[in-house]
Design a protein around this ligand. Structure first.
Ligand SMILES: *Cc1c(COP(=O)(O)O)cnc(C)c1O
Length: 366
């Protein structure tokens, strides 16, 4: 059997991409906001149901720039249960991450803990829609309003997710997407910041292009965060296929759910009823009473050339550049640690075959 990875990049037929490639080649416009960039920005905003967005070379540069755009200072409250880039974007801005525990069911930041962690130095909250499951933005928004904090959502997992028919990307001050090859929607590498108005988009557009506001005018110490024309052209093409890809992902997830519904010692992700989810990940929680531990199960799958991932293990707060922080203390992050020790993300992607899902479920139930 071929190796089964946790995900496979979703790509359109190669011949569909060749005409765009030829256009870029002949036009000699490779980057710097060319026609594909402009078109993709427009069509993506339409698809996502948002008014303004700014494309980026990747999600990490978008996160770093989002913090710059809002002039965030001091301490930022965030979750330890995420990919390294979430907290790294704070260090790259000279900001102090303050970790708070997660809700064990949603695996998102626990709003009650946010309030306890606010100090006079706190200026922002950086939550993550973990696995694309929406944060409690009602509560987070109320806390932010009460204490005058900015909210930037790391929405790297949340492409296309809606709640009560509305995109969840319009919540908070800014939301950041990633279009990395391993994500639900990819542009090889890429990302975006969702902005509420044209003014903040303008500032973000300056910041991602070295701060240039004209040929000779530089208004901010910007970075090079621009998406190139090849990625934008791929993005445009991906938009034509994304609904089908999401449908196929949902089918894979339902197959897992059907197969594992009798397994009392395995818990699948709980999707809120009002949410149209994107099936970006398939996390299972291996309960203590399961005959084998998460790591044992992981090792057994590896032996059979199946490569699930322990997202997210270790916690960000356990990395050497964070573990000395007071908020990284074990007792402060009890739920995050418990989930991190028992979670396993199973392979899920549009072309994963039902037989492959069966093989994986057989191994889990063995
Ligand atoms: C993938 C990811 C990022 C980083 O995005 P890149 O496009 O890879 O730079 C940030 N946060 C989370 C939660 C991610 O999963």
């Amino acid at each position: 059997m071929n190796d089964i990875h946790v995900t496979e990049p979703f790509l359109p037929p190669l011949e569909d991409f060749l005409p765009s490639l030829q256009k870029i080649w002949h036009s000699r416009r490779l980057t710097n906001g060319g026609p594909f960039h402009e078109q993709f920005e427009k069509e993506l905003a339409e698809y996502l149901g948002v008014t303004h967005l700014s494309l980026f070379a990747n999600g990490t540069l978008a996160l770093i720039t989002a913090l710059q755009a809002l002039r965030v200072t001091g301490e930022v409250i965030t979750t330890p249960y995420s990919f390294a880039a979430t907290a790294h974007s704070l260090l790259w801005n000279g900001l102090q991450p303050v970790f708070v525990d997660i809700d064990p069911l949603s695996r998102n930041i626990n709003p009650d803990k946010i309030e306890e962690a606010i100090t006079p130095k706190t200026t922002a909250i950086l939550p993550v829609h973990c696995y694309g499951i929406p944060c409690d933005f009602q509560r987070i928004g109320e806390i932010a309003d009460t204490y005058g904090l900015k909210v930037i959502y790391d929405a790297a997992h949340a492409f296309g997710v809606t709640q009560n028919g509305q995109s969840i990307l319009v919540n908070g001050d800014l939301s950041v997407l990633s279009f990395h090859a391993t994500k639900v929607f990819n542009t090889f590498e890429g990302g975006a910041i969702i902005c509420p108005d044209a003014k903040i988009k303008q500032r973000i557009d300056y910041l991602k292009n070295f701060g240039f506001a004209g040929e000779t005018t530089v208004v901010a110490p910007g970075i090079n965060g621009k998406m190139n024309e090849f990625s934008a052209a791929l993005g445009l093409l991906q938009l034509k296929h994304i609904d089908e890809a999401l449908r196929l992902r949902a089918e894979v997830f339902r197959h897992y759910a059907e197969r594992l519904k009798e397994a009392d010692s395995i818990e699948m992700a709980a999707i809120p009823a009002d949410t149209a989810w994107n099936y970006s990940y398939c996390p299972i929680y291996v309960k203590p009473e399961h005959p084998v531990s998460r790591d044992e199960l992981y090792a057994r799958m590896k032996e059979k050339n199946i490569h699930p991932r322990r997202y997210f293990y270790p916690l960000i707060s356990d990395f050497p550049m964070y573990r000395a922080h007071a908020s990284a203390a074990v007792g402060n992050l009890r739920h995050a640690r418990a989930v991190s020790d028992r979670i396993l993300c199973l392979p899920i992607y549009p072309s994963l075959k039902p037989e492959e899902v069966d093989t994986i479920c057989d191994l889990i139930q063995e």
